[in-house]
Design a protein around this ligand. Sequence first.
Ligand SMILES: C[S@@+](CC[C@H](N)C(=O)[O-])C[C@H]1O[C@@H](n2cnc3c(N)ncnc32)[C@H](O)[C@@H]1O
Length: 371
Amino acid sequence: MLAQELADLGAADIKPTAGGVAFAGPLTLCYRVNLESRIASRVLLRIAEGSYRDEQDVYDAAHAIRWQDWFTPQQRIKVKVSAHHCPLKSLDFVTLRVKDAVCDRFQYARGRRPSVDTHAPDMLIAVYLDSTQCTFYLDTSGEPLFKRGWRKSAGEAPIRENLAAGILRLANWTPDTLLYDPMCGSGTFVVEAALMARRVAPGIGRRFAFEKLLSYDPRPAEALRVELKEREIDGTPGLIHAADHSATALTSIGANLTIAGCSELVTLRQGDARQLLAPAETGLLVTNPPYGQRMGDSESLKAFYPQFGDHLKKHFCNWTVQIFTADMKLPGQLRLAPSRRVPLFNGAIECRLFEFRMVTGSPRKKRADGR
Ligand SMILES: C[S@@+](CC[C@H](N)C(=O)[O-])C[C@H]1O[C@@H](n2cnc3c(N)ncnc32)[C@H](O)[C@@H]1O
């Protein structure tokens, strides 16, 4: 999904890698991806790479980089090392050596060492080690990109904004299709959908670490912000619907929609997902129901799912239903056969996005005993 999104934003040399997507382009594209990507968590700028066998090689590779061309020693740094198949014993020690190399290089070039701030650094230096290569990146995002600025109220077990946006894209949702989340919680799916409908760039209301780079040119960045603002539209009311049985969830989604500037676009109802009728004859239902591991009581959920499944069969003919859950047994509990299952991770938790195509006489999941 991210590779497709990057292609839409004008990236070149797009290569999906483990846990990310590599791409190429001018620095202005880096600004654009930070402002416009709904799916990425952060954008790292690759500045150097080298081969290594021991910690000293990593130190030397880091020391060879002209850090003074990227930022100043007045800026506070943090080094974050991640590794895959790395033969070195301690990543903490590698982190320390890279920090030393950056400071030593600044001392040599500018007569002053940057200080370290692990909580709110100006510059995050990300180092990735595989079995033989070390690669150095500067984080151009700062706060992760899922922090758009609209979430003031979290509710129970919210999913991340970029995960919700990726799921909407996986579900092929477009703003001219009716969308309904019957267990909306703080409203992540519908707020993200409403922002897409209004063509609001997800990062328009926030700042980024690239603004602290010496190479930062405010003119194209400001021109980009103006272009993105001019692209915004009002959107069509009546197409996005959300509900939850909890009054607290409705207060939370209401507050979030107000901050996002999308209250007009989302119709809210309070009620039980097993009783509320479909808001239209056809549409896309996307939801992230309660799950025993994180919330809710698994006994009451056992009764909930078959009832919710029956309700879908009865009242949601001609709808496509996408359910995001960590519960691999959910289709069996709903007594519905999925037409697609996409593995996804919610943080460290392995999840599935199950798709069910509701048609009249929707195929009931066959029981093992054949009845
Ligand atoms: C995992 S949370 C959804 C989180 C949401 N996706 C978000 O990002 O904030 C599940 C939600 O289902 C709601 N819920 C649980 N049982 C329900 C029911 N029977 N009818 C309607 N809502 C229900 C809970 O109140 C909770 O807000």
